[in-house]
Design a protein around this ligand. Structure first.
Ligand SMILES: *[C@@H]1O[C@H](CO)[C@@H](O)[C@H](O)[C@H]1NC(C)=O
Ligand SMILES: *[C@@H]1O[C@H](CO)[C@@H](O)[C@H](O)[C@H]1NC(C)=O
Ligand SMILES: *[C@@H]1O[C@H](CO)[C@@H](O)[C@H](O)[C@H]1NC(C)=O
Ligand SMILES: *[C@@H]1O[C@H](CO)[C@@H](O)[C@H](O)[C@H]1NC(C)=O
Ligand SMILES: *[C@@H]1O[C@H](CO)[C@@H](O)[C@H](O)[C@H]1NC(C)=O
Ligand SMILES: *[C@@H]1O[C@H](CO)[C@@H](O)[C@H](O)[C@H]1NC(C)=O
Ligand SMILES: *[C@@H]1O[C@H](CO)[C@@H](O)[C@H](O)[C@H]1NC(C)=O
Ligand SMILES: *[C@@H]1O[C@H](CO)[C@@H](O)[C@H](O)[C@H]1NC(C)=O
Length: 829
């Protein structure tokens, strides 16, 4: 009895001892790590050992690496990234010389560190540090003099305190390189590095091709991105001395784990994890998400604005004006006045820019000499005085040859002086003189007018006094100038539309990361955001610039914000700064109608009553826009994704009034710009650019049919014919089988058949080919509401044979992501 007990105690002691011995962070010479055993850093953050990437679907190759301890497998470093061990018989050993060797089953060497000279008396040990750095160091010293460290040979991840850059004394370049795929750690195509010790810039490459560039350093941040240095979560450090040149970041909050990763798809992403509270990694920033940063997007002397449009720097014009912006901007810009390279050339200052690529430092010139020396050299196109090494002394930085990869920053950015021909300088001076003259003239005019009107008012009041008429209202009204009265009137209304500043919106929307994007339309993209007070918002970032001035634009937005109706999405405010125009809406959790219908399981929620409720709500909202509101708004891009649903599935129309914001809306208008979506556009609008309230009626008809059938008009296809949803419905209508169009999930319930047929008939009336045949929204609403009202017989729909699926054959199978094909063309006449 007692011996058995003793044995049991002994056994448990041994296994306990074994377990604790595994939970160590060091490996001594002649010890081995075999598959299954790991080192764990003393703070229990990191773990080192063998793993299989992904979910084991990649053939089960074993890799030696470092990952976060006790988190879902997140690998931060891989030793043998290009040489997996085929089975779980890998063994890592440290020899007396401090060399790490990874053996396979037959004791062949799969991977090893290079032979480093180790001091005679020292005993090398391998240790996994709290920072995630795996080092070989002398057992007797605990300094930072490592014989070898994994931080020198990064894979795809930058951890806090990891130094991206150069060890100049030994010529080591530390850069990160993506995995091939999420379950294959071997070297992928994308790399992120701090390049060129002469002029350091951060660069993301695919192979040898530059994709994105952040730099050069200007003393406080990288020209082109403040996010890499100024950040609420981490402090970035840039060091350049005779021994090393590096960029690193230090966390300000110890309870947040974070890492930079270059993903297999070439995205530079920053992830965080809050210790003890996160359930998943949070992708906080994608640094190369701004299309504007795409390398040389705007060609020579073109500067990219935040909505990825390009403009030529002032003094430059598009190289080929006809193509400029149509397909791309790569043609770039050329000078308005060619350089002749004379001493009469000069420099013009440009501000708020990401500095161009290929800078050169002329180390031996002072700031004052810089301009003169650049002027002397005919290939020197620009200069700037920059604190490029971040150590306080500014340097003469010049650009030899034409300037590329510029980006505009509404706030911030850097200064650069660009060489200009004498004639250009003259025309700038002339323009300035003219402006001054105009100012003087206009000041004079204003003074003149003032004198005159004061005179007039005095004269009128003198007349009044003279006449001594009875003081009844009429005369005193006439006394006042109309414009004064008008101004007071508009002020009296006192409608305050909140203006958000750009920073708030960027912060709320996570910098407009792809993850926050919830929609895309003809006028721009929509992002979900959260204000600091917790309120959820939807932000529409308008793509193009309004042709109106900022004040007019604000007034227009205020007018639209005053449109309030229970079937319209509420506009909470706007943000107009620099080139950005953004509208801030209430956020609706159920998202848009297109997330409910169209083959989604959720459409079962949509009973007939719910669908009828939605159809009538949309009709009411549209009726208000067309007739009841003071503005008479034509929507122009009505579609299911623009109909949002609140928590009770009440429909709310979004995106209304945007056509007006661009200053183009009238009762009927012919437009060069067609903004609309395939499948919803009426024939007269799509073909001739004519739009009117009747084009919205057409779109409404399409939406009703989509709600009833659960099918997309443009993606509809039928084995028997080439008709689209409208054509198919028209055919069934003529065969007196309209109910066959219905969503099969609807048929099962005892729906009121007459009401359904009525809806189909109304929708067919709405999509008739000729606008004059279509009913107005007020009629449509009555038709839907009064069962007794006689309905006319519909005529053939417009666009019932357009087979949209053919046009998009490749994408049709691609499910829901591509269902919003918005057309924005320069068409018409
Ligand atoms: C480690 O592996 C080496 C080579 O296989 C072997 O010589 C040595 O005895 C092993 N040591 C331990 C402690 O397993
Ligand atoms: C494993 O991961 C791959 C991609 O990483 C995925 O395609 C596959 O469905 C996953 N398998 C399982 C069983 O989760
Ligand atoms: C072990 O590695 C050696 C050398 O890399 C190789 O020749 C041998 O085939 C490998 N053995 C196994 C079992 O993978
Ligand atoms: C590291 O060195 C310091 C002083 O040099 C000493 O106080 C400390 O105990 C050492 N730590 C270890 C783990 O040896
Ligand atoms: C700044 O760094 C550069 C490059 O290492 C060096 O040449 C220069 O002397 C440094 N200046 C100062 C003031 O330290
Ligand atoms: C996380 O939880 C563990 C165990 O409950 C605790 O010891 C540790 O202090 C917590 N860490 C933080 C940062 O809250
Ligand atoms: C400055 O450097 C340039 C080359 O970078 C060289 O041609 C020139 O002679 C130098 N001038 C002085 C004063 O050292
Ligand atoms: C202009 O400067 C560049 C860069 O320092 C140099 O390569 C080139 O030879 C210079 N050209 C002239 C004409 O001095």
């Amino acid at each position: 009895m007692s011996t058995r007990l003793l044995l049991l105690v002994l056994y448990s002691l041994i296994s306990l001892n074994l377990q604790t011995s595994h939970s160590t962070d060091t490996l001594k010479p002649h010890q081995n790590i075999t598959d299954g055993l790991t080192l764990i850093s003393s703070n229990k953050r990191f773990e080192f050992g063998f793993f299989s990437p992904g979910n084991g679907s990649s053939g089960g190759g074993r890799y030696l690496g470092i990952w976060y301890h006790n988190l879902p497998l997140t690998v931060v470093w891989v030793a043998n990234r290009n040489n997996p061990v085929s089975e779980s018989f890998g063994k890592l050993a440290l020899n007396e010389n401090g060399v790490l060797i990874l053996y396979n089953r037959s004791l062949g060497t799969v991977w090893s560190t290079n032979n480093i000279p180790v001091a005679e008396s020292s005993t090398p040990v391998l240790q996994l540090l709290d920072s995630g750095n795996l080092v070989v160091r002398d057992d007797k010293s605990n300094g930072t003099n490592f014989f070898w460290e994994s931080f020198d040979f990064p894979t795809d991840t930058l951890l806090p305190n990891f130094k991206l850059g150069w060890k100049l004394d030994v010529g080591l370049h530390r850069l990160v390189r993506s995995w091939k795929s999420s379950d294959d750690p071997s070297e992928g195509e994308y790399s992120f590095s701090l390049d060129s010790p002469e002029v350091p810039q951060l660069v993301l490459r695919r192979g040898s091709q530059t994709l994105y560039r952040w730099g050069p350093f200007d003393g406080s941040s990288f020209s082109g991105s403040t996010m890499l240095t100024t950040n609420p979560l981490f402090q970035a450090i840039f060091v350049y001395n005779s021994v090393e040149l590096y960029y690193k970041f230090e966390m300000l909050d110890d309870t947040i784990l974070s890492r930079f990763v270059v993903s297999p798809l070439g995205l530079l992403e920053y992830y965080t994890w809050r210790v003890n509270s996160s359930k998943d990694w949070n992708r906080l920033i994608t640094f190369n998400s701004d299309p504007c940063d795409s390398y040389v997007k705007c060609g020579w002397y073109g500067s990219c604005y935040s909505l990825s449009t390009c403009k030529c720097l002032s003094g430059f014009t598009p190289e080929s004006p006809l193509d400029w912006g149509l397909f791309s901007y790569s043609g770039g810009c050329r000078r308005r006045h060619e350089l002749k390279c004379s001493h009469r050339d000069g420099f013009v200052k440009y501000e708020g820019l990401k500095l161009p690529d290929n800078p050169i430092v002329w180390a031996n010139y002072t700031d004052d000499e810089c301009e003169a020396m650049c002027l002397k050299n005919c290939s020197c196109m620009a200069y700037a005085n920059l604190n490029i090494y971040g150590n306080g002394s500014s340097r003469c930085v010049v650009w030899i040859g034409d300037l590329v990869d510029l980006k505009n920053f509404p706030n911030g950015g850097d200064q650069i002086y660009i060489r200009m021909a004498h004639t250009e300088l003259q025309s700038i001076a002339d323009a300035k003189r003219k402006r001054v003259t105009i100012k003087i003239v206009s000041v004079a005019t204003v003074v003149g007018v003032l004198v005159l009107s004061i005179g007039t008012i005095w004269y009128i009041s003198w007349l009044m006094r003279e006449k001594r008429k009875d003081q009844i209202g009429r005369s005193s009204n006439a006394q006042q100038s109309g414009s004064f009265q008008y101004m007071e009137e508009t002020q009296d209304e006192g409608f305050q539309l909140p203006l958000f500043d750009l920073e708030t919106i960027f912060l709320a929307c996570n910098n407009f990361s792809e993850r926050n994007k919830i929609g895309q339309g003809g006028f721009g993209s929509v992002y979900k955001g959260e204000l600091s007070n917790g309120q959820e918002i939807a932000v529409k970032r308008l793509l193009e610039k309004s042709i109106q001035g900022v004040e007019e634009l604000k007034n227009e937005i205020i007018l639209i914000a005053k449109l309030q109706h229970r079937n319209l999405v509420k506009l909470l405010g706007c943000c107009i700064e620099g080139d950005e125009t953004m509208l801030v809406y209430e956020y609706l959790p159920n998202k848009s109608l297109n997330n409910f219908i169209y083959d989604k399981p959720t459409r079962k929620l949509l009973t007939w009553r719910k669908r009828y409720h939605i159809i009538k709500g949309v009709a009411r909202g549209l009726l208000y826009l067309h007739q009841d509101s003071r503005l008479r708004i034509i929507h122009r891009d009505l579609k299911t994704s623009n109909i949002l649903l609140d928590s009770e599935l009440n429909p709310k129309i979004s995106d209304f009034g945007i056509a007006r914001i661009f200053g183009t809306d009238q009762i009927q208008e012919m437009t060069k710009r067609i903004i609309g979506t395939y499948g919803y556009m009426s024939p007269e609008y799509a073909m001739n650019g004519h739009y009117s309230v009747k084009s919205d009626v057409y779109s409404f008809g399409v939406i009703v049919l989509e709600i009833l059938s659960g099918q997309k008009n443009w993606a509809f296809h039928h084995p028997d014919h080439d008709l689209n949803l409208l054509g198919h419905t028209w055919m069934l209508w003529n065969r007196r089988l309209p109910l066959e169009i219905l969503d099969p999930t609807l048929v099962q319930e005892p729906s009121s058949g007459n009401q359904v047929i009525r809806c189909i008939q109304v929708s067919l009336l709405c999509v008739q080919q000729y606008p004059e045949d279509r009913p107005k929204m007020s009629t449509v609403y009555s038709m839907l509401s009064y069962e007794k009202m006689e309905l006319p017989e519909p005529k053939e729909p417009g666009f019932c044979r357009e087979s949209y699926t053919k046009k998009f054959d490749t994408s049709a199978s691609d499910s829901s992501t591509l269902n919003e094909v918005t057309m924005t063309t320069l068409g018409g006449r």
